[in-house]
Unconditional design. Structure first.
Length: 88
């Protein structure tokens, strides 16, 4: 995976802790998810775009927090929703 930097990295990546051990929105409504993503601005854990609810993307839409990282074991990547690119 090729990675680059975007203008959002310095301003929107904070030292955060995951808000839950699963998709917090799916857990609240009693639903399931495919993969987990964590917001690097506030720690919100949401489900990925392959999940039917796409809570990570909905979190971005509601908060405009642009950068997520995979919350899956063994995956080490970050994504900027605004620039639609992998970031360092």
């Amino acid at each position: 995976m090729s990675q680059s930097s975007c203008g959002h990295v310095k301003e929107h990546i904070k030292s955060v802790k995951p808000s839950s051990k699963g998709c917090e929105d799916c857990l609240r409504i009693g639903d399931t998810w495919v993969h987990l993503r964590m917001c690097l601005e506030c720690g919100h854990v949401g489900c990925c775009d392959s999940s039917k609810n796409q809570h990570a993307r909905k979190h971005f839409g509601a908060t405009h927090h642009p950068i997520i990282q995979s919350a899956e074991r063994g995956e080490h990547w970050r994504w900027c929703y605004v620039d639609e690119m992998y970031v360092d």
